[in-house]
Every structure is written in structure tokens, then in C-alpha cells.
Design a protein around this ligand. Structure first.
Ligand code: HEC
Length: 319
């Protein structure tokens, strides 16, 4: 009996032991993560497990800086999450954006990219060896099989958030409402907060999510990180009155393929681009129905978002 139990406890020490030995622990145990070397935008070499995730609450995504569609939108929405977490970013929560095109994305290129998006403290951009990064993506379940080694914009547009100490990991879309991510990273994943203040996250105290129209839902998850519905600009222009200012056809095409219109040097698009030259508006791969829903939403709410909420509340009985 003694011999058998000794054997069982020793086997996992021979790294990469049989599957049954691994399954005794968490799938996300320390042994699971490749402890690869990565280089930060400031040229510092760090280890993925030891320096970046051990004992931390983290959000990790994969990007490449010359990606024109999903990545800028992802980066902009993460920026909003980071802003909302305020000084907790870099203290309680750490953000990592890792390049899937490390040959092109040198530390200097990443630094310039992070500045363009005005990424704040607690957010590190990383590059490294391509094979290592691919392995990491596979291990994190953020590798898209169709890529076959190509850097494409259909790379997995997912984000993984987790707490290494508790082994709790959740795959999210960066297009989740920033609020949802703020709540996950700032509260649900912070195990200690739970313990010291058990009433804080009571189910019956959870705020009720308003019922959203398709247009509002899309707007909040895809557009809000760069635009406001008022006059003031963010990474992109304020959208107050835009449905009156622009022809419907122009607007619809712009939402559908801004990259194409910029490539064709459409005059309105170029004027806007000159003014907001840090980031181009990304092609968000919207369907025609999505585009119409968004235009209807912008027409109804630009400049007076509060009214929409009230209408929703009153309209509850109609559903
Ligand atoms: C990554 C940031 C970003 C995201 C996300 C984004 N935009 Fe933009 N948008 C811009 C920028 C920047 C411009 C200005 C043109 C340029 O520089 O490409 C712009 C321009 C526009 C314009 C033209 C404004 C005008 O005065 O004519 C509209 C309309 C617009 N965006 C709507 C949207 C909608 C709707 C969404 C969501 C589906 C969205 N944008 C998502 C950055 C973004």
C-alpha cells in the first residue's frame, strides 16, 4: 500500500507525466502554462508565468499592430475597461496584449502602438519568439486552427481573463460591454474581495441589465470605446447629429467598409482621418441588418442617450 501511494505522488514530478497524473490537479496549474520569455514594449525581458500571471488577476489578448479590423476595436475597448478600473489597473488587475506577428512587432513598434491608443499603466504589450507565442496561444485556447501560420485578421478575437491563484479562467469576447469586463476583472475574479466583504456580490443586489435594442447592443459593445453620442471626440469623432450630417448611403457604406473607403480616398473619410489620425476606424464586419440597426440607434439617440433608457423602462410591459 505504501509503495503504491508513493508512486502516485512521485509521478507528477517527472514533468509531462501521464495524463491521469496531471488530471489530479487543475488543468490550469502552474505546470500548464509555458513559462516562455517575452519582451515588453520597453525592451525588458519577462517570463510569462513567473512575471506576468503568477498570483495575479489578468486579461490577456493577442494582437498585431498593422491589423486594421478587429484589433483596433479590441484595443480600444480594453482601453475603456482599463480606464474604468482606474488606479486598480497595474495594482489589482494586469493587462497583456501579446503580438502574434513578433517579427514585425518589435518593442519599438509596440511602444508606438500603445501610445497611439493611449494605453495607461498596468497594460503591457509583448513580443517574443513566434513558436513560443503560438504554443502559448494554443495552451490558452486562443489559437484559430484555420490560420495555418498566416497572420490574418481572423485570428481568434478572444480575450482570456483569469486569476492564476484560484485557477479560474474565463474566455470572453473583447466586444463584451466594457462594464461586464470591469465587473469580472474588478470583482468576480478578485477572490479576496469576496471573503472580506461577502455581501458585496449578492445575487439579488446585481444590477438589472436594461433590455437593449439590437442597435444599442451593437453600439455599446463595438463603438462606444472610440465614440461618444455627444459632440466630444474620443479616439473617433463625437457622433452627435451624424445621421443628419451624412447621406444615408455614405453612412451605411462607411460602417460596412471604412477601410475600403479610406483606401479609395473618399473625400469625407480622408478629412475625418486627417483629424483623427491616431487610429483608423476599423472594419467591424457588420451585416447590412447590423448597419441599419446602428443607424437607427444613432438617429434616435445621438446627444440624448438618457431618453432611450427611460423609454425602455416604460416600454417593458409591451414585451
Ligand atoms: C478603434 C476605434 C473605433 C471604433 C471601434 C469605431 N470607430 Fe467609428 N471612427 C473612428 C475614427 C478614428 C473615425 C474617423 C475616421 C478615421 O480616422 O478613420 C471614425 C468615424 C466614424 C464615423 C463618421 C463620423 C462623421 O462625422 O461622419 C461614424 C458615423 C462612425 N465612426 C461610427 C462608428 C460606429 C457606429 C461604430 C461601431 C459599429 C464605430 N464607429 C466604431 C474610430 C472608431
Amino acid at each position: 500500500m505504501i509503495i503504491i501511494s508513493l508512486l502516485v505522488s512521485i509521478v507528477p514530478m517527472f514533468g509531462g507525466g501521464p495524463a491521469w497524473a496531471v488530471s489530479a490537479g487543475s488543468r490550469w496549474g502552474a505546470d500548464y502554462f509555458p513559462n516562455i520569455s517575452l519582451v515588453t514594449q520597453d525592451g525588458k525581458t519577462v517570463r510569462f508565468y513567473d512575471d506576468l500571471i503568477k498570483d495575479k488577476v489578468v486579461a490577456i489578448n493577442f494582437i498585431f499592430t498593422h491589423c486594421s479590423d478587429s484589433c483596433p476595436a479590441e484595443t480600444a475597448s480594453l482601453r475603456q475597461v482599463q480606464k474604468e478600473l482606474g488606479d486598480r489597473a497595474g495594482r489589482d488587475v494586469f493587462f497583456y496584449s501579446i503580438s502574434i506577428d513578433p517579427e514585425h512587432d518589435t518593442p519599438a513598434v509596440l511602444k508606438e502602438y500603445s501610445q497611439r491608443f493611449r494605453a495607461g499603466p498596468g497594460w503591457t504589450f509583448l513580443t517574443g519568439n513566434k513558436a513560443d507565442i503560438t504554443l502559448l496561444r494554443k495552451k490558452l485556447g486562443l489559437y484559430n486552427k484555420d490560420e495555418s501560420g498566416q497572420v490574418t485578421s481572423n485570428h481568434s478575437i478572444s480575450l482570456i481573463v483569469g486569476n492564476e491563484a484560484t485557477g479560474k479562467w474565463i474566455k470572453r469576447s473583447p466586444f463584451d460591454e466594457p462594464e461586464t469586463l470591469v465587473r469580472l476583472l474588478g470583482y468576480s475574479l478578485q477572490q479576496h474581495a469576496y471573503r472580506t466583504n461577502p455581501g458585496a456580490m449578492r445575487y439579488d443586489k446585481a444590477p438589472r441589465l436594461p433590455e437593449l435594442s439590437r442597435g444599442e447592443d451593437l453600439y455599446r459593445s463595438r463603438c462606444d470605446s472610440c465614440h461618444s453620442l455627444g459632440a466630444e471626440g474620443g479616439l473617433g469623432p463625437g457622433l452627435s447629429g451624424v445621421t443628419e450630417k451624412r447621406e444615408h448611403a455614405w453612412l451605411a457604406r462607411w460602417l460596412k467598409e471604412p477601410d475600403q473607403m479610406l483606401a479609395e480616398k473618399d473625400s469625407v473619410a480622408m478629412q475625418l482621418f486627417d483629424k483623427y489620425n491616431e487610429v483608423p476606424m476599423p472594419n467591424l464586419r457588420l451585416s447590412d441588418a447590423d448597419v441599419e440597426a446602428l443607424i437607427a440607434y444613432m438617429a434616435g439617440s445621438a446627444g440624448h442617450a438618457e431618453d432611450v433608457m427611460t423609454t425602455n423602462d416604460e416600454g417593458g410591459a409591451g414585451h
